[in-house]
Design a protein around this ligand. Structure first.
Ligand SMILES: [Mn+2]
Length: 258
């Protein structure tokens, strides 16, 4: 049987979907640029992911996921962010949860105008106002988002700035988050570099179980209303692990805890 090039091979029509995957093969990063082709590898590997999750006793075919066509970025970083912002707005207006698969972390800036509280899982603070001459750099993400809402960062271990920002909080636990609705941005470098290949590796990261447990707590207590997964290198093992993380987040969202 022919299989569509969609996340987990799921073919929910856009109208019926609860989740909408938007693959974004974009990287504006200097140096290592291994994330650009990640969405291709991610979708490909997702087709080999077992269709059953033993941890949650869940058939992945129950997830109502639609995968959009790949977004091909503009040469202009600003225009890319604007176009992505437009797409997020559209998906959100149809009451669906957008899931961007990057690409580098700069694509998260597109979520800035559409949400007011952000949970970022990241080894880095990304608080530069400008980086390598651009305000739309992957190193400026938290700074840009903090201009429009509260930013919580979990897993940070590269404190490149000591500046204390009112809207930015580095957290250890979900209890420190006040807001009920959250946009979730998962920078794969939050994980230990022994587990994933990423654009900017940082030692002593989280284990897979620590990440999944933290996400489960978030999903129990909060409402994740938008998601992105970024900074992973286009490499089968990393992509395979990322497809598992996303399916677990979606399962955690739809299962009842009571
Ligand atoms: Mn990072």
């Amino acid at each position: 049987m022919l299989q569509r090039f969609s996340y987990l091979g799921l073919e929910t029509a856009f109208e019926e979907a609860e989740f909408v995957v938007l693959p974004v093969p974009y990287s504006n990063s200097s140096g290592v640029e291994c994330a650009r082709e990640f969405p291709f590898e991610f979708i490909k590997q997702s087709l080999y992911t077992p269709g059953y999750d033993p941890q949650y006793n869940m058939d992945l075919n129950k997830l109502k996921v639609h995968t959009m066509d790949f977004y091909f970025p503009s040469i202009e970083p600003k225009k890319t962010i604007e176009e992505l912002s437009f797409l997020l707005d559209y998906i959100k207006s149809k009451n669906k949860i957008p899931i961007m698969i990057g690409g580098d972390h700069s694509i998260t800036i597109a979520a800035k105008d559409h949400y007011s509280s952000f949970l970022i899982l990241d080894a880095h603070l990304d608080l530069f106002n400008e980086y390598m001459g651009s305000e739309h750099s992957h190193a400026c993400v938290s700074k840009r988002l903090s201009e429009n809402g509260t930013v919580y960062i979990w897993g940070a271990r590269e404190r490149e700035l000591e500046e204390d920002l009112e809207n930015v909080k580095v957290i250890e636990s979900a209890k420190e988050i006040k807001e009920k609705e959250l946009y979730l941005s998962l920078d794969l470098d939050v994980l230990d570099p022994s587990l994933v290949k990423v654009q900017t590796p940082s030692p002593n990261g989280k284990t897979f179980s620590e990440l999944i447990e933290f996400l489960e707590t978030i999903n129990r207590e909060k409402n994740i209303v938008g998601i992105d997964i970024v900074e992973g290198c286009a490499e089968p093992y990393t992509a395979q692990l990322a497809t598992r993380i996303l399916s677990k987040i979606l399962i955690q969202k739809i299962i009842s805890y009571f």
